[in-house]
Structure formats: C-alpha cells, structure tokens
Design a protein around this ligand. Structure first.
Ligand code: ARG
Length: 459
C-alpha cells in the first residue's frame, strides 16, 4: 500500500524503495504517530468531517492498533515506506478502507513527522536529564564523602594551587547542571506543535491546530506552517545540548583516566566499572571513561552532520529532512548507555586522599600564598610576586619545600618575610585563606554544595 499511488503507472524500483525506506529507524515514533492520529481524528470530528459514530470507530481502531504495535503483533513490512505509511495500513486493516481512509484529510507526513520528532525528543530530553542528574548525584556524594580532602589544583596540567577535592568535583557538577538547564531552555522553544501545517501551507478544512497541540502536550501550535514543516533547528539545538553534555562528561572521563595511572595514583576504579586485558593479567582498564571520551566524538559528529544536512535546504519540506533523525536518535541512545555507566564509575571511585594530600604542596603550589601574604603586609604585588618566585628558586636549589626555608633565607629574600609567613605556607592555611565567594575555603565549598543540592531538589 502506498500513500500516493494515484498518479503513478507502476510501483517504485526496488533500489528506489530501499533508498526511501525509513521504518528501520522511525518505527520508534509509532506511539507518537498514533497519539497524533487520535488528536487529528478529534479535530476532524469537531470540524464536521467525522460523525460521532465514525469518531468512535476511528478511536477504537487506533486503540487496537496501539495495542498491536506495543505487543509486536503489528510491525512494518518492507513495502512500508515509513512509520506513517505502515500505521495507515494498520489503521485501514482495522477500521476498514472507508472509515480509515478519512483520517488522512488535512494532514501530511510533513507536519506529522515534524510534530512526532519533537514529541520524541521532548521525552528523550527528560530521560537524558534524569541520567545526567544521576551523574551529578554521584559527584555530590563523593564531594560530601571527601569534604576535607585536598589535591593539587592544576592549570596547564601543572601544579597550580591546592584546592579541595570537593571543590574540584563540584566544578564538574556545575557544568552538568548547565547541560540540564540547556535542555530545559531548549524544551521551551521546541514545545510548539507543527500538526495542522499540512504539507506546508496549512489546511482548508477548518481544523484546529491548537487543540491538537494541547492534546499532544504542547502549549501551542506553530505560528507559521512553512516554518513548522521546514525547520529542524529544534533538532540541531538538541544535538548541540547533548554534544556539549558529551564533551563535559568527556572532560571528567579524561581526568579519571589520568588519575587512574600509576604516575598519578589518585584513584582506584571499582572492579565492576573496569575491564581487564586478554593478554596482560595485571591490567585494570578505565574503559567506561575511555568510551565516554570516544562517544563524545560521536556526539559532536552527529551535531555537525545534521547541521550540514540542513544548511542548503530551501523552504519548505525536502526529503533530505528524513536524514535528520538517525544522528539525533543515535546521540540519545549513546547517552542512555553512557550515563548510568559513568554515574556508577564515579560513585564507586576510591580516592587516595593521603596521596592527594602529599602531592598538594608539591611543585611549590604555595608560592601564590607567600605573594598574597606579602601584599597583605603592604608590599606591592609585583615585588611580592618576585620575592615569592625567589623563595621557589632557593627552595628548588636546595631540593626542599617552601615550608623548609630558614628564617634567615626568608629575611634575605625580602625583609618583610618574617616567620609569621609560615602560617600560609601550609596546604590547610592556603585553602582556608581562599574564602572569596566560589573559592576553595572549606566553608565556601560547603555553601556551594548546599546551593547545588537545593537546586537539584528543585529540578
Ligand atoms: N519519512 C519522511 C521524513 O522522515 C516523512 C515523509 C515525507 N515524505 C514526503 N514525500 N513528503 O521526513
């Protein structure tokens, strides 16, 4: 059965049909298509195009079709061009040709697919959000468990200044919460139903697109039927939001990979979230983190592929648009595999806090504390910076830490460097002194964690 046989002499060539077919990926839209059909039947009825009896018969047939789709009793055949074609066949089989044939009035696959795709994505955004919040929960739990632990904060991957481990973990949580926020902002823009736009120009049948929109969970229908059928920026924007999420997860993953090396020795992975090697018996590999990093590349590819598909399409609908779905479906599928695994990996990481504490002052990470202490004594920062640098030079030449410089050495570098400076030449003192809003002082980090937890409770 074709939806468009009338003006054709014969059926499509086999290779044409094979190229055209999309049920192998758009079948997942079937429940949404049936929901759209129910809403459409109701507006046809309200427009006087279906009698009360016909509406009842149509809805009953759609219910039976929905059950058969769900149970697997009804599936698309190779002859069905797409999900819409297959379901129309299913409806005709259940409602009869006469009644079933009335549902096509006033709608096109162009407005159908644009609506169903938005519906599917809006549900997917909720699933991705919930999976992302599980990762945030895992980060917050580790931050809570290790509220006093320190580590060498880095810039350029070099030791920079000591920070709280909780501060570092919550930085990742902040990024993931912005990803969640982006999906919420996206939803507000995507929440317009194109149903009723027809092929592009709207309908002459007195249908009510707003009623269909509301029945399908949209606050409104689109303002412009051409835009409604032709635009896919909702798909591209969604793809960006999830690609960004993939990139943020990948940055966490990269750190876990580094932290898990013998050289760093910051963490041990739980056995359940690591893999072994088929040849090297000693290996315990961070595959979850590596797959996260790898899949981020795939998510970026899905976004750029979709943008390239869209870039030269004239208005309104073009069949190129059928290529919009697979990359986006794929991004969601990958995240649904990834998010529970990365949450599990993070939740079960063992942090070696003694090693982290030992490394925190290494690499003269307290030099800034000396400089800032001098500034508080009234020394101009340029001179303070130079004096602290000199402390590093002397300590390095003697192969000792900054805290092991003698009183004489300090005084010789700058007379303002009295023994009182020792109060800040300690990791605890350094961390406690960074008490600006958002800073690494324990009270500030605790506040930040509380703010974050209360935002989570509101989501
Ligand atoms: N399967 C198509 C898509 O995914 C919708 C069908 C529109 N086809 C058409 N000839 N107007 O975009």
């Amino acid at each position: 059965m074709k939806l468009w046989g009338g003006r054709f002499d014969g059926g499509p060539a086999e290779a044409m049909a094979a190229l055209s077919a999309s049920t192998h990926f758009d079948w997942r839209l079937a429940p949404y298509d049936i929901a759209g059909s129910r809403a459409h039947a109701r507006v046809l009825h309200r427009a006087g195009l279906l009698t009360d009896n016909e509406l009842d018969g149509m809805l009953a047939a759609l219910d039976r079709l929905a059950q058969d789709v769900e149970s697997g009793a009804f599936t698309p055949t190779v002859a069905d061009e797409d999900v819409h074609t297959a379901l129309e066949r299913g409806l005709l089989e259940r409602a009869g040709e006469e009644l079933g044939g009335k549902l096509r009035a006033g709608r096109s696959r162009n407005d159908q697919v644009a609506t169903l795709f938005r519906m599917w994505l809006r549900d997917a955004a909720r699933r991705v959000t919930s999976g992302t919040l599980d990762v945030v929960d895992a980060l917050v739990a580790q931050a809570t468990r290790h509220s006093g632990a320190v580590l060498p904060g880095r810039t350029h991957l070099q030791h920079a200044q000591p920070v709280l481990l909780a501060h570092h973990l919550l930085a990742h949580a902040q990024a993931l919460l912005r990803d969640v926020g982006r999906l919420q902002d996206w939803d507000a823009r995507a929440a317009e139903s194109p149903y009723g736009s027809g092929a592009l120009a709207g309908s002459s049948l007195g249908l009510d697109p707003e009623a269909v929109a509301h029945e399908l969970g949209f606050p409104a229908s689109v303002d412009n039927s051409i835009d409604g059928t032709a635009s896919r920026d909702f798909a591209a924007e969604f793809s960006f939001a999830v690609a960004m999420l993939g990139v943020n997860l990948s940055r966490i993953a990269e750190e876990v990979i580094i932290w898990n090396t013998a050289e760093f020795g910051y963490v041990t992975l739980d056995d359940a979230w690591a893999t072994g090697s088929s040849i090297m018996p000693q290996k315990k590999n961070p595959d979850v983190a590596e797959l996260t990093r790898g899949k981020a590349g795939r998510l970026i590819g899905n976004l750029t592929g979709l943008l390239a598909t869209l870039k030269a399409q004239p208005l309104a609908y073009n069949r190129d648009l059928q290529e919009d779905k697979e990359p986006v479906f794929d991004s969601v599928e990958q995240l649904e595999l990834l998010l529970p695994a990365i949450a599990g990996m993070i939740a079960t990481l063992t942090f070696h806090t003694d090693r982290l504490a030992e490394l925190a002052p290494a690499g003269f990470t307290l030099a800034t504390d000396i400089a800032e202490w001098l500034v508080r004594q009234g020394v101009p920062f340029r001179r303070a910076h130079e004096a602290a640098g000199e402390c590093v030079r002397v300590a390095e030449s003697r192969d000792v830490g900054l805290d092991q410089l003698t009183d004489e050495e300090l005084a010789k570098i700058n007379p303002a460097l009295t023994p009182d400076v020792r109060a800040v030449i300690s990791v605890r003192g350094s961390v406690a002194s960074r008490d600006s809003r958002g800073g690494t002082a324990p009270d500030r980090v605790a506040e930040q964690r509380e703010r974050l937890v209360s935002r989570l409770a509101d989501l």
